[in-house]
Design a protein around this ligand. Structure first.
Ligand code: C2E
Ligand code: MG
Ligand code: MG
Length: 689
């Protein structure tokens, strides 16, 4: 019995009626931190906290006197003062001394109690936390969800238990996204991140999620614990805050803050690529008046409408921002020349031409633009801003609704162009243009067989402006399209008269600018109808284009060329030999005529001869006719004739003549004997040039 007692894993003690230990086993003493001998004869109250002792002794004696139950959990104190929880069970035991003793079994359940408490806390947290918790087993089946999960997703424990958490997935992520998560969880035992799921109602929500792997004692995966919260609202609040920090609420455009970032980015790009960044400060003229008279709400709506128009000017990579009350800024990146900037600025001004309608009321607003270039004007962004502002001020002073460059030289050039461009616009409506005709002579017969229509500008104050000056300007401003159309219609009417009174196969050459061909507003096909109206076929006219046009033939150009071809209209290459030419192009585009540039004709007594001869031979092989330009002497004419050139054009025969003088020349030729075409000298005097 003694051996059993001494080895029992339970504390066992015998206590007499008075509460003294009669006997304790080693486990009992050990629980309380004493040696067994130190306990014998002592009161068992030694293991109880002082304030509990009287009550405990009374219960002990009551149990021994009257029976009943004495056991359960007790809070006791170990020798070193540590608090323990023990569980005990007592029986009474005849002692042979009259009153019975008590035999007590004791177990130290302190650790167990602590763990229990932890579990209780954990359970409370699980039940009450606002974070949704989902516990999944190793086979990916839902074991348990907490109330927050149900609140957040709409799914109850019963509905999801045993199912795969895949069921919550939304279509906002692809399989690869989920595979990536699984991989991380497997390899690292943990994943944290944001993902979109769907609630039971189908509503999408963004959750911030952690997934933790729980393993058993053998390292085998037992559970996945998924904890998450709904951050949809927080996210959208963050988005709003970010938006407000960078964008203007009235117009939706980038604000000054974002604009400054973009400007710095643009400067970085300019440094890297070596190209120019242009800063255009755009200020609405007299906006304050509108604001003051019609109120701020109308002012705001006007700004919003204006911004929408400005945004139409934005090319990819550009930034249009609102940098002040009625001040906008446009950053143009990767600019290659001034004309490009001017065109962009004019495009902006043009957006203001149409009135803005607010509450059925039409308002006309104009803008002024100040322009400064990086790094051309300055290397400092602050200075760039100041420059543009200064230029803007100059534009305002200049009379508003215009643009102004910061650099004086650029500005002067812009002024001249601007004035001419303005005049050009008027010139079309006021019919200041005239078309002159330069005869083209058939070298075999010596007769005038064709003519070239050359436009002239009779400027009211500047006199005759050369096409070399205003054609490029008309190209830049897009006015080339209406101008070219007008010239063509004049030329068609003229060739109709020539065919009627002079020669039935007379042909008129009409110059075409490449930009005209590229312009989407180009409607050269209207000329086919115009020809028909005059009872003419396509071959009555020949369009002169340049080599460069074929070199960069975009679909638009190709389709125009093909359409002209189908209408029987001929095509000539003007100034042949001065640009990049390719024989392949001549074939592919089915060209009819080459016009040898006058620089070769001028050198016919030298290097020009071989070149002219080569061009003629080649052209004839390809079935093309050749016109020599700028023939000024009889000698040049004779050489050209001897090397097989088909036609010649130049001051030797006549300069471009006003219609009346041109018709008179044709009439005179009809009467004159053939080969008498050297009448240029007379006509040069008669011509308006
Ligand atoms: P182009 O088509 O090469 O026209 C020939 C130019 O040479 C004309 O100059 C003509 O007056 C000039 N010329 C004629 N014979 C002689 C000569 O013997 N010696 C010299 N030195 N020059 C001669 P213009 O009229 O000043 O025209 C210049 C250019 O302007 C034209 O070159 C053409 O490219 C363009 N152009 C003229 N009219 C129009 C038009 O209606 N539309 C378009 N797009 N361009 C036009
Ligand atoms: Mg020409
Ligand atoms: Mg030419």
């Amino acid at each position: 019995m003694r051996a059993i007692l001494s080895r029992a894993p339970v504390g066992i003690a015998v206590i007499d009626h008075g509460g003294h230990y009669i006997s304790v086993n080693p486990t009992y003493a050990e629980i309380y931190g004493y040696a067994a001998d130190d306990m014998l004869g002592q009161s068992f109250l030694m293991v109880f906290p002082e304030d509990a002792r009287d009550a405990v002794l009374a219960r002990h004696q009551d149990f021994l006197d009257n029976g009943g139950h004495l056991g359960g959990e007790w809070a006791v104190v170990r020798r070193d003062g540590a608090r323990l929880t023990v569980w005990s069970s007592s029986v009474s035991f005849p002692s042979g001394r009259g009153k019975p003793d008590r035999l007590v079994y004791v177990l130290d359940i302190t650790e167990h109690k602590k763990a229990q408490e932890q579990e209780r806390i954990a359970a409370t947290v699980y039940q009450t936390t606002s974070e949704a918790i989902l516990v999944v087993d190793a086979e990916s089946r839902v074991i348990s969800v907490n109330p927050a999960f149900t609140r957040l997703t709409g799914w109850s424990q019963a509905e999801v238990e045993g199912r795969d958490p895949d069921m919550f997935r939304s279509d906002r992520h692809d399989q690869a996204f989920y595979d990536e998560i699984s991989l991380t969880v497997e390899s690292e035992g943990f994943w944290a991140g944001e993902l979109w799921d769907q609630r039971k109602s189908g509503e999408y929500y963004l959750r911030e999620t952690t997934i933790t792997v729980v393993k058993d004692a053998f390292g085998k995966i037992k559970n996945y614990v998924i904890v998450f919260s709904d951050i949809t609202a927080r996210k959208s609040a963050e988005d709003i805050i970010r938006w407000q920090a960078n964008y203007d609420s009235v117009t939706g455009l980038p604000n000054r803050h974002l604009f400054t970032d973009r400007l710095a980015e643009g400067a970085r790009q300019a440094n890297e690529t070596g190209r120019t960044m242009a800063l255009l400060m755009i200020d609405l003229d007299r906006f304050k008046e509108i604001n003051d008279t019609l109120g701020h709400s109308v002012g705001d709506r006007l700004l919003a409408k204006v911004s929408a128009r400005l945004q139409e000017c934005e090319r990819p990579g550009d930034t249009i921002a609102r940098v002040g009350g009625d001040e906008f800024a446009l950053i143009l990146n990767g600019v290659s020349d001034i004309a490009e900037i001017e065109a962009a600025a004019r495009d902006v001004l043009k957006r203001f031409e149409a009135p803005v309608t607010i509450d059925y009321e039409q308002m006309f607003v104009t803008a002024s633009i100040g322009i400064s270039l990086y790094p051309g004007d300055t290397q400092s962004l602050e200075e760039l801003f100041r420059n543009a502002d200064q230029a803007l001020y100059a534009a305002k002073a200049f009379g508003r609704n215009c643009l102004h460059f910061f650099t004086p030289a650029l500005q002067r050039a812009a002024n001249v162009r601007m004035r001419l461009a303005n005049d050009l616009r008027q010139a079309i409506t006021e019919r200041q243009f005239v078309v002159h005709y330069q005869p083209v002579v058939d070298l075999k017969t010596g007769r005038i067989a064709k003519a070239e229509a050359l436009v002239r500008w009779q400027h009211p104050t500047r006199g005759l402006v050369s096409p070399g000056t205003f054609i490029p300007l008309a190209e830049e401003t897009g006015l080339i399209v209406p101008l070219g159309d007008w010239v063509a219609r004049q030329a068609i009417a003229q060739v109709a008269r020539c065919r009627a009174v002079y020669a039935a196969d007379f042909q008129m050459a009409i110059n075409q600018s490449p930009t005209q061909f590229r312009n989407s507003a180009f409607s050269g096909l209207g000329w086919v109808g115009e020809l028909a109206r005059h009872g003419l076929t396509g071959s009555a006219i020949c369009l002169e284009i340049t080599e460069g046009l074929l070199l960069n033939a975009e679909p638009q150009i190709m389709s125009n060329l093909i359409a002209f071809r189908d209408a029987g209209i001929e095509i000539a290459i003007d100034d042949f030999g001065t640009g990049y030419s390719s024989l392949a192009y001549l074939r592919r585009f089915d060209i009819d005529t080459l016009k040898v540039d006058r620089s070769f004709v001028a050198e016919l007594d030298g290097a020009g001869l071989d070149i002219c001869e080569a061009i003629i031979v080649m052209a004839h092989r390809l079935g093309l006719q050749v016109v020599a330009e700028g023939v000024e002497t009889a000698q040049q004419r004779d050489i050209l004739k001897s090397i097989g050139c088909d036609y010649a054009q130049g001051y030797l025969f006549a300069p471009a003549l006003p219609p009346a003088a041109f018709e008179a020349m044709l009439a005179k030729q009809d009467k004159a004997p053939e080969s008498e075409t050297e009448t240029g000298a007379d006509h040069r005097a008669a011509s308006a040039e």
